[in-house]
Write a protein that binds this ligand. Structure first.
Ligand code: EPU
Length: 422
């Protein structure tokens, strides 16, 4: 058990490069199950979630090796079509194995994922989409038994909401289905476009990625793929807020500023000076941020996974901000930890009212999930004195060497075993 000890009050300066996107890499790993042979993925972040997804693939029969941010996966001809509870519990995204396993062998057994710290997180749209393509589901003792007796068939699928995971599950089933699938109200996230780019390299026929209408023409078989994962907009955005909250100046490199258009706009409204080129941006933070209102929305709206970091920033703003969370039903659970540091936040259903305070003061806090964990570290960089962030394994799920990268920008923080004296 480790914790991150942060000493606040030091502006971050310098430049930092970001790695590949967690939420793209994880789904591309699952896509590999669609074709036997050796697949290669570059720019893969060395994070816990990638290791966990590797364990899911190995359970299914693949062999994974990871070195220097390159991942090689050998997928066998015969798959063991299941994802057990201990892995699904730790790695919710495992649910996207349903589509490829059904497409490959017409059967899958996947532990039913429960809710988590962000909310109930049902999977009804995943199942509805695959059902339209000929799949049948039964729940037995907490395990979802999926069968597609006649194989998956192309279908018209309309999502009630542009769910990222449901879009991916339908896509991953449709690429090997018999006939054409049309997906209406598809998620438009850059990670979906990157998944499609990988699938196309494997031989899939897909049109419309990045729009809400995606058409997939099923093919007989796919071949192994090689791809470089797109940059992580959430890692990039987290460093942007780190600059903003410390009143520092940071240049974020190897990223796609266009994927953070709304988030950078809100940072500008908060008083940051933002400059950018094709694959970099820089943020110069103000002494004290201005209040900003925003609502989280599917891409290209403000990303829910940037909401906790932005709330940390606005907790020291010179006025009151109102935030609306539209993606998850319980994404403000971390606010209590920020309040222990002196933030003044009231939450009501999907709204948070943040009355900016002059200063935060360091204290022990607990990271409840990946992004809230990052936001507490950022708050610690601004706070007076020391903040000890516990349960840091959540941060490890999504950020490679978070402490080392913030240290390279001049942040005063370290990782140590819980309870060790500094
Ligand atoms: N939803 C349903 N039914 C469904 C599917 C989704 O009600 O069948 C609801 C969810 O409960 C949630 C909302 O729709 O309230 C959005 O869910 P979505 O399916 O879009 O999200 P996801 O695929 O489960 C991915 C990312 C999340 C990110 C969301 C939104 C991965 C592994 N996870 O989750 O990332 O917040 O999209 O962009 O890709 C993170 O990286 O920290 C993280 C939580």
């Amino acid at each position: 058990m480790e914790e991150i000890i942060v000493t606040g009050g030091y502006p971050l300066t310098g430049s930092v490069g970001v790695l590949g996107a967690k939420n793209a890499a994880l789904k591309q790993m699952v896509a590999m199950l669609l074709a036997p042979g050796t697949h290669l993925l570059g720019n893969v972040p060395g994070i816990l979630d990638v290791a966990l997804m590797g364990r899911v693939l190995e359970h299914i029969g693949a062999v994974c090796s990871f070195a220097g941010n390159e991942l090689t996966v050998e997928v066998p001809d015969e798959l063991r079509p299941e994802a057990p509870l201990d892995l699904v519990r730790q790695m919710r995204a495992s649910i996207v194995v349903l589509g490829p396993l059904l497409a490959r062998g017409g059967v899958a057994r996947v532990a039913f994922p429960g809710g988590d710290d962000l909310g109930a997180r049902p999977i009804d749209m995943h199942l509805d989409g695959l059902r339209r393509m000929g799949a049948e589901f039964e729940l037995e003792h907490g395990v979802l038994i999926a069968r597609a007796p006649g194989g998956l068939k192309g279908a018209e699928v309309s999502l009630e909401f542009p769910s990222v995971g449901a879009t991916e599950n339908v896509l991953l089933g449709a690429v090997l289905a018999n006939g054409e699938t049309t997906l209406h109200n598809a998620a438009r996230e850059p990670e979906i476009e990157d998944l499609v780019a990988f699938l196309v390299k494997m031989g899939a026929r897909i049109r419309g990625a990045g729009t809400s209408l995606i058409t997939v023409e099923g093919v007989e078989a796919l071949k192994p793929g090689a791809h470089t994962v797109l940059p992580d907009r959430l890692e990039a955005g987290t460093y942007a807020v780190a600059a903003a909250i410390t009143g520092g100046e940071v240049r974020v490199e190897q990223c796609v500023p266009d994927h953070l258009r709304m988030e950078l706009r809100k940072l500008t409204e908060a008083g940051c000076m933002v400059d950018f080129g094709e694959d970099w941006f820089s943020v110069l933070g103000p002494d004290r941020p201005s209040p900003v209102d925003f609502a989280t929305l599917p891409f290209p709206g403000f990303h829910t996974d940037m909401q906790p970091q932005m709330v940390a920033l606005l907790s020291v703003a010179s006025g009151t901000s109102v935030i609306t969370e539209n993606i998850y039903d319980a994404r403000f659970r971390y606010a209590g930890e920020l309040m222990r540091m002196g933030a003044d936040i009231t939450t009501e259903w999907q709204h948070a009212v943040i009355r900016g305070v002059e200063k935060l003061s360091g204290c022990p806090v607990i990271a409840p999930d990946i992004r809230a964990g990052a936001s507490l570290v950022l708050a610690g960089l601004r706070a007076e004195g020391q903040t000890a962030v516990g349960e840091v394994h959540h941060i490890d799920r999504g950020y490679e060497d978070f402490v080392g990268r913030l240290q390279s920008l001049g942040g005063h923080l370290e990782r140590r075993p819980v309870g060790a004296a500094s």
